[in-house]
Design a protein around this ligand. Structure first.
Ligand code: 5AD
Length: 350
């Protein structure tokens, strides 16, 4: 193998970081061999901390109503062919009940940016979930909010917050979002969340339109310096009713490569094999786990709304992607040597 690549990989393993130029080199010059070496090291690193266990999260898509108009997203405000829905608090509690019975100990509440879910509505809901299921963690994925709101939700019992940064370069951010959204505010949110004490997750799409290797290197540098507890990455997949409908999808191969690098940057990070990965390829989830991921997030939303939360074309919500089919997921993970456990699945600090 290319000596320079090999040296960079050893440096990454030993120092858990590289310079921006080095990350870029590692991406640009990747080979089958460097991918294999990285995946091997990533799996070794995750096994040292998490053994062969895989954490599961029950994903409840509470609303697909969104005030934002991100160019890549199928539930963007301007997509009039998207059928909108919103779950009531009772329906959300029903999902938690079902999820608890299926062995889920983390519930992820995700929506578009729907102002219906004000603090006044969310606080009692959070208190209900936490008192009914005191052994469960609640993860919120409700977009950009004020620091005060993040603080209130945290005080009401939310444990974790997912907010993908989408891209760590401001110019690129502007190409993916309309003018009224800002990179600076996105970063402000992430900083607030971490300071408040949430287990915080950032993340980005691989192969989003206009993305360069340099920008991916910046994403890795951002992860290295921000040190999130979680990181969600998945391939970009076009949605036909968006401005990016004709853009090519990202690659499973590059996504897995980056999963390995991220595992080595922060060995204890909670790293999901995402739905987008499982959508592009039947065995995408397995490939993610074998590259260093340690989390899967099956869908726990009511079956009647699943089709409507369509961020991209062909999004899977059945089979192993469905919480009700967790047994199938278990078998698939066992087939590659991993075990799904019933556990909150917090970050291992050691
Ligand atoms: N392809 C892949 N991922 C997408 N997301 C939104 N639209 C797409 C798409 N077309 C991701 C974004 C967002 C997360 C909830 O889903 O990164 O933060």
């Amino acid at each position: 193998m290319n000596k320079q690549l090999e040296m960079l990989i050893y440096k990454l393993i030993n120092e858990q970081g590289l310079s921006l130029e080095e990350y870029e080199f590692l991406i640009k010059n990747r080979t089958i061999e460097s991918a294999r070496l990285l995946a091997e090291a990533a799996v070794k690193a995750r096994k040292k901390i998490y053994g062969n266990t895989v954490f599961i999260r029950g994903l409840i898509e509470i609303s697909n109503i969104c005030k934002n108009d991100c160019f890549y997203c199928g539930i963007r405000r301007s997509n009039y062919s998207c059928q909108r829905y919103r779950l009531t608090c009772e329906e959300i509690l029903e999902c938690c009940k079902e999820g608890y019975g299926l062995g889920f100990r983390t519930f992820v509440l995700q929506d578009g940016e729907d102002s219906y879910y004000s603090d006044e509505r969310l606080l009692p809901l959070l208190k209900d979930i936490k008192s009914l299921y005191p052994d469960c963690a609640v993860t919120l994925s409700l977009g950009e909010r004020s620091r005060e709101s993040y603080q209130k939700l945290f005080d009401a019992g939310a444990d974790r917050y997912l907010l993908r940064h989408e891209t760590a370069e401001e110019e690129h951010y502007l190409k993916l979002h309309p003018e009224n959204m800002s990179y600076v505010n996105r970063m402000r949110c992430l900083k607030d969340l971490k300071e408040i004490g949430y287990q915080t997750g950032c993340g980005f799409m691989v192969g989003s339109p206009y993305q360069t290797n340099r920008q991916l290197a910046m994403d890795l540098k951002f992860i290295e310096t921000f040190r999130p507890q979680m990181c969600g990455i998945g391939p970009f997949i076009p949605h036909r009713d968006t401005p990016f409908g004709n853009q090519p999808a990202g690659a499973v191969e590059l996504t897995c490569y980056l999963l390995s690098v991220i595992r080595l940057i922060k060995p204890n990070i909670l790293l999901p094999a995402t739905t987008a990965l499982g959508t592009l390829e039947e065995t995408g989830r397995e490939k993610g786990i074998l590259s260093g991921a340690n989390v899967v997030m099956p869908n726990l939303s009511p079956v009647s709304v699943r089709e409507k939360y369509r961020l991209y074309d062909n999004k899977v919500s059945d089979g192993a992607e469905s919480a009700q089919c967790v047994e199938e997921l278990k078998k698939r993970m066992e087939a590659i040597g991993y075990t799904i456990i019933t556990d909150r699945g917090d970050i291992n600090k050691y």
